[in-house]
Design a protein around this ligand. Structure first.
Ligand SMILES: NC(=O)c1ccc[n+]([C@@H]2O[C@H](COP(=O)([O-])OP(=O)(O)OC[C@H]3O[C@@H](n4cnc5c(N)ncnc54)[C@H](OP(=O)(O)O)[C@@H]3O)[C@@H](O)[C@H]2O)c1
Length: 218
């Protein structure tokens, strides 16, 4: 299956590209910086340069031609301020979902975040509040679309090696952390499990093997 990954040079995205390439899927990483093309290719994926804060839904729909699934793995990142939380964490997700509808690519896995789905607590740092607000708006947009979406809300991300064991369930899951490598493995498994569509799932490290956890959802 051809899988287009928004934010193709992100840490989770690069891990996912390796997993998909390793099992014979065709991954395509959308990157905004041409200097990132070589890294994406080294991960076994095709790289396409597209700035998701500048592209139109029409442009992106063309890039989705022939795809079987879209993964939203982009994010404005830790160094960014309030405006880019909106333009990337909300805006780029809405753009990808709109493009997926136009291109009739039904399967869409969105990386959201634990904390989304509720208003930020009063007194929360303004950048964190903007992030959670943006993620919540991106989720709401996706749920309203005629797509086979799955929303995945990981807890705090680490760069530790994969453990292969997770806790994956409908909210609320107690707060916790999870290696990005395990998140990538969960996304690869979700793509294989269309019965997980129309579900919002929270994810932390846990005791259940990835394949078992994903199978038990859908
Ligand atoms: N950090 C946490 O603890 C945590 C917890 C839960 C969920 N999450 C979410 O998990 C997701 C993936 O995390 P990660 O650590 O893998 O992310 P990451 O390494 O920060 O990657 C995000 C990618 O998005 C790309 N991007 C930013 N703006 C873009 C644009 N305009 N057009 C195209 N691509 C753009 C970045 O490219 P550039 O390098 O060019 O900027 C980067 O490659 C994010 O949505 C994040 O919010 C994070």
């Amino acid at each position: 299956m051809r899988v287009v990954i928004a934010g193709g040079h992100g840490k989770i995205a690069l891990l996912l590209e390796r997993l998909l390439a390793g099992r014979g899927d065709q991954a395509v990483g959308l990157v905004r910086n041409p200097a990132h093309v070589a890294d994406v290719q080294r991960a076994g994926a095709e790289a396409v340069v597209s700035d998701l804060e500048a592209a139109s839904a029409e442009d992106v729909a063309l890039l989705l031609s022939g795809a079987g699934a879209v993964v939203f793995a982009a994010g404005a990142g830790p160094g960014s301020g309030v405006p880019r939380k909106d333009s990337v964490d909300r805006g780029a997700s809405v753009l990808m979902a709109e493009a997926a509808e136009r291109a009739a690519v039904r399967r869409f896995v969105q990386i959201s975040s634990m904390g989304a789905g509720q208003p930020p607590r009063p007194g929360t740092d303004e950048v964190w509040a903007a992030y959670i607000t943006a993620k919540t708006a991106a989720e709401d947009d996706l749920r309203a679309r005629d797509l086979d979406w799955t929303i995945l809300r990981p807890g705090g991300l680490t760069d530790a090696p994969a453990t292969g064991r997770i806790r994956l369930a409908a909210p609320p899951v107690p707060r916790g952390s999870i290696p990005r490598a395990d998140v990538a493995a969960v996304i690869a498994a979700l793509l294989d499990q269309p019965g997980t569509r129309h579900q919002t799932l929270e994810l932390t490290g846990g005791d259940t093997p990835v394949a078992t956890a994903v199978r038990s959802i859908g």
